[in-house]
Design a protein around this ligand. Structure first.
Ligand code: R5P
Length: 301
């Protein structure tokens, strides 16, 4: 039997093409809120003995966690054979230790909630920093994908050399290296000290080594854009032209997108792991390929 794909949260509209590539069937469902704000979920397709892929864009997760858990429990109760969570963006990865006494380590709690219900998690560029592997906290099967080669492809097709990649902090090294490798790009990693949600310091940048060098900032996530804005200022102060900003996941809390443009970014590019007007890179094929079984999925397009 083909898998069933349930696009619980899919503002980027990934589901139709993924359903086609996976030769899956659509799982019809109803999700709404009761007048008191509680969640109502109903599967409108027979799920008994079926393998289910639940697609959920999990940025701004708190409003989505309850529906996610209710849907998962209900599908298992209705006889689903297996449940895979396809979460292009995996939330709650950055609170990976107690930075101050008494803080909740929410990454563990979220991992527990997901692992209890899903057989498998497939995600893209999760923020692995103090955790080395997803399996450090997730007990279900996990598969980590990277959008690095897709970002590299976008750069090689859209940015005229010479360019240099820049990571705003040591954590970004892993993503910068993945983008730099396929296109043999030079890169520089800056140093960041975080003092608060919207207060970071970034080390000064050396002046450009060659004229007309385009700087390209690369990071996994833009949230408040404080990191990127601070890095943009340092790069411009060092004598570079205004940079292009690339991230896998563009969450853009509040006015983050506008703030980054005001800071001086010439272009802001993200994947559609989180739906936004600056999505220029599609991760649908990457996700579908990872979810396909035994090569039965259609060829890459
Ligand atoms: C954390 O180190 C991440 O790699 C990003 O640099 C961070 O999440 C960006 O957050 P913000 O946009 O709020 O500075």
């Amino acid at each position: 039997m083909p898998p069933l794909l349930l696009p619980l949260f899919d503002p980027a509209g990934l589901a139709p093409r993924m359903t086609d590539m996976l030769r899956a069937n659509s799982l019809l469902f109803e999700l709404r809120r009761f007048p008191d704000g509680e969640t109502y979920f109903r599967a409108d397709t027979d799920v008994n003995d079926r393998d289910i892929i639940l697609l959920a864009a999990l940025d701004h997760p708190d409003e989505k966690i309850a529906p996610l858990l209710f849907a998962a429990d209900s599908l298992k109760d209705l006889g689903a054979r297996s449940l895979t969570l396809a979460a292009p963006y995996l939330p709650y990865m950055r609170q990976d230790k107690q930075f101050r006494p008494g803080e909740a380590i929410t990454s563990r709690t979220f991992a527990h909630l997901v692992s209890q219900r899903f057989d498998k998690l497939v995600t893209i560029d999760p923020h692995l920093h103090r955790y080395r592997l997803l399996s450090d906290i997730y007990t279900c099967e996990t598969r980590k994908l990277t959008a690095g080669p897709l970002l590299a492809q976008w750069i090689s097709e859209n940015v005229k050399p010479p360019f240099v990649l820049m990571g705003p902090d040591s954590e970004s090294r892993q993503w910068v290296e993945e983008v730099a490798s396929p296109i043999n790009a030079d890169f520089i990693i800056l140093e960041k000290t975080r003092h608060g949600d919207r207060n970071v310091e970034i080390s000064t940048v050396k002046a450009p080594s060659v004229p007309d060098l385009t700087p390209i900032l690369v990071d996994d996530t833009i949230s408040t854009a404080t990191t990127m804005c601070t890095a943009v200022h340092q790069i411009i102060d060092a004598g570079y032209s205004p940079p292009i900003c690339c991230a896998v996941h563009g969450i853009f809390s509040g006015t983050a997108y506008e703030d980054l443009i005001t800071a001086g970014a010439t272009r802001i590019i993200t994947t559609n792991s989180v739906a936004h007007e600056c999505n220029e890179i599609d991760i649908g094929v990457l996700l579908a390929n990872a979810l396909g079984k035994n090569g039965k999925e259609k060829q890459l397009v």
